[in-house]
Structure formats: C-alpha cells, structure tokens
Design a protein around this ligand. Sequence first.
Ligand SMILES: C[S@@+](CC[C@H](N)C(=O)[O-])C[C@H]1O[C@@H](n2cnc3c(N)ncnc32)[C@H](O)[C@@H]1O
Length: 483
Amino acid sequence: MTRVLYYGDNLEVLRKYIGDETVDLIYLDPPFNSNRDYNLLFREQSGEPAQAQIKAFTDTWQWSERAFQTFKLECPNPRLVELVDGFVRTLGRNDLTAYLVMMAPRLIELHRVLKPTGSLYLHCDPTASHYLKVMLDVIFGARNFRNEIAWCYTGGGRSQRYFGKKHDIIFFYSKSDEYIFNRDAVRIPYGIDVSKRKSLWAWGKHKGVEKAYAPHPEGKIPEDWWTIPPVNSQAKERLGYPTQKPLALLERIIQASSNEGDLVLDPFCGCGTAIVAAEKLRRQWIGIDITHLAIALIKYRLSDMFGLQERKDYQVIGEPTTEAEARALAQQDRDEFQKWAIGLVPRARPYQQKKGADTGIDGVLYFQDDPRDAKKALIQVKSGKVSVKDIREFAQVVKREGATLGLFLTLEPPTEPMIREAEQEGFYTTPLGNRLLPRLQIRTVAQLLSGEGFLIPSTALLMGVQQAERVAPNAGQQQIPLE
Ligand SMILES: C[S@@+](CC[C@H](N)C(=O)[O-])C[C@H]1O[C@@H](n2cnc3c(N)ncnc32)[C@H](O)[C@@H]1O
C-alpha cells in the first residue's frame, strides 16, 4: 500500500523516487502564474477567523536563463523544446515564459510516470491555460486530449470593467486510447423527472435498426462544465489554506479515472485535497509539496479525517529525520527550517511577523486545560549559537504577551546557565491532573526528533488552523454531492 508524502521540489522528487509507468492517475493544481503571494489564514481559539496570516507559497516567477538552458539540454522531447523556444521567441523572456519553462520539464516527468492506462488532470486558469494545452498536446498527443472541463463557481469580488472571471480549467488527457473512465461512478441526476420528459429520449440507428435510447435510470454522465461549490469562508471543509479545492471536485475526478487500490499522484498537493479524497475512496496516494506548512497541514488533515499517523500508516520523505539533516535544512533555508521545526510541536503554528519587526515569537499554540479560557504557549526557534541572553529575552517576551508557557527550541544544545535561567521562571500548575509544568522549557531539535517533546497539557490542544471533519470508515462508498 503506497501512502507517501514528499517534501521537496516535485521535479527532483519525480526524477529521484517515482518509477516509469507506475501511477494510475495524476491531478495537478500548480500555481497559475497569478503574480501574488498566497497566505494561510488561521483561526483564533474562539473559532473566529484570525487576522493572522502567514505566507503559504508564492506564485511569482522570474525569468532565469539558466533554467531555460537546462530545460533545453535535458528535455527528451525535441518538439517540446521547439515549442517552448517558440513561446520565448514570440512572447519574450518574462514571468509568463518563466512559468512555462518551469512547467515543461514537470509535465514531461508526469507523462513518464503515468501508466499506459493512466490519465492526467491539469487544473489551471485562463491566465496560461492556452499555452499549457499546446504543451500537453505535444507531450500526450492531441489525440489523447479528452476534455477541457470548466469548473464554474460564483462568489468573491468581480470587476466593473469586464465579465466576472468565475471558472477554472481542468485539462483531462489520457496516456493512450485504453484508459479508465468509470462513467457509472460519476452519474448525476438529469435535473428533471425523466419519466415525464420524452424529449430526453434519443433516437438513433444501431446496426441499421431504428432504436430509442431511454435516459439512464441512475442519471447522466456530467457535462464538461461543473458547478461544484468552491471552498468559501463558510465551507465546513475549509482549512484556511489558500487555493484549497473542494473535496467533491477531486472525488469526481478520482472516481471517474481510477479504481479502488489504484495509485493517485498529486505533485503540487497543497493542503492535500487530492490525497484525502484518494484515501476516502480507498486509493493509494503520493503527494508532493515544496513547503513544510503544506506537509504539516496534510498530516493534521489525515489524522483528523481518518486517524492516520505518520510512520505507522504513511511515510513522509524529504523532511529532516536526524539532527544533521535539520542542520542542513537550517543552512539551506532558515525560514523553511523554522516552519519545519514548529511542525515538530503538535498543533503549533507559525507566528506572523509584522514586516521588519522581530517580535521574538516564531510559533504559537493554544491549549485549554480548564473550561473557562484558552491559554497560549509561545515558541522561539533558534538555529544558531545560543546563550543565556536568549533565555532572558524570551522570558520577557512570554511575560509581555501574557502567555502561560514559553517553549524554546534550539538546534544547538543549551548551556548550563541557560538551563538555570529557565528554571528560575518557575512552574505552572495545570488543573489537568494538578501537574506542574515548567513555565519556560528548553528542548533541542534532537530531543524532539527522538520523541522527547515539550510538556503541554496534551489532551486539551487546540488547533491554530481549522480542523478537518472526521470521515466515516465506509465513506468511500458514498456518492459525491450532486450539482
Ligand atoms: C495551488 S496550490 C495546490 C492546492 C491544492 N490543490 C489543495 O487543494 O490544497 C499549489 C501548491 O504547489 C506547491 N508548489 C509550488 N511549486 C512547487 C514545486 N516545484 N514542487 C512541489 N510543490 C510546489 C505550493 O507550495 C502550493 O502548496
């Protein structure tokens, strides 16, 4: 049973880990070249949407001559090189062509890993869809183009200067003419009482004989425009991850184009909608994302919805598992190290820093150990040298913010004076079992990796992000919501 999450750049992960013709279905929802940052919205302990946001990922591309030349050198498909070269010559070297140069080698790899009976669904919007479709025609062959699905929705703002831009595009390609399409798994009602409407009957000839075709008793195969509701601010499934797609959309795709036990891959998996839809429908799955935030969210989602636990039920590859790997991550990208390290503290979330201001807080978690109010623990993460001064300053921050606990997480081991300074902060007595918890706790990354966590009243942890609803064990049998 394959159930794997990869942290990393999908191009590297695909090349390193995913074998030729091993995947049954690919769904990808890459950034669309929208030229903006996407923020994760947190919920406060009251359940209200919080002001706090943190950058989840960036959808801004910059031209890189090196990336372009590398693509040209490495690409095994000369027609694709010619096409992308043509885009660059006609459109120029800019953010759009940078985006196309990023997508081209990834689409090549996705085609490679797809089984001959497999299908690919590429989710995009009209910003770059026309270029992506030509690239897909070159890679898959135009004869394997199956649908351009318009996912239509309403809501949100609209311009006064043009028609509301309220649909996304999903290209559906198969690798060959022999592909899975479970039409009966995705039928939807005709929308009227078909027994009374003779107009729905169709007449035609079968082997030269006139025949009347009655409407199917279980409904029609959906058209290529879908009106599944988006994940709006009131949606129960909303986790706060920007660009989160509805579960019903992914369930339809997975039911139509794979069977139970098949392997589904999402190489830009975000908060893991395709992953949880695959799990719900009893498929195997692989998810890849380049941010620790997304991987942390998927872990919570898998636990909340299905009770799945890392290592026992699924694997995470690419995240540091040893102190040396953590050190390498810290050297490579301090920001990602910080987000990853905060993910080691159950249910903690990164803290939004105001631009230019260092508040001394890197993460926060809420817990409730009495019925009256939620309490706050602040987290500080250090990847460099640490001294007693850091503990003194952090103790001040914890007091200033009225937090109950301070959790100091360091890559380097603490010195004796640091430990003594932390002990001076005394204890907090949690009403849960009347336990004494040190107000300022120090742990090294190595300790957390070996399971020696901070002392927090763990039965009462509250999530910083919206919690996913639990899924009943037989939910995979359910029909998807009707349009
Ligand atoms: C539009 S979001 C996907 C949302 C997802 N469909 C969902 O429902 O949550 C795109 C995701 O791609 C990730 N991403 C961007 N570039 C990537 C890369 N080179 N490799 C892996 N993931 C990447 C971003 O971090 C982001 O989470």
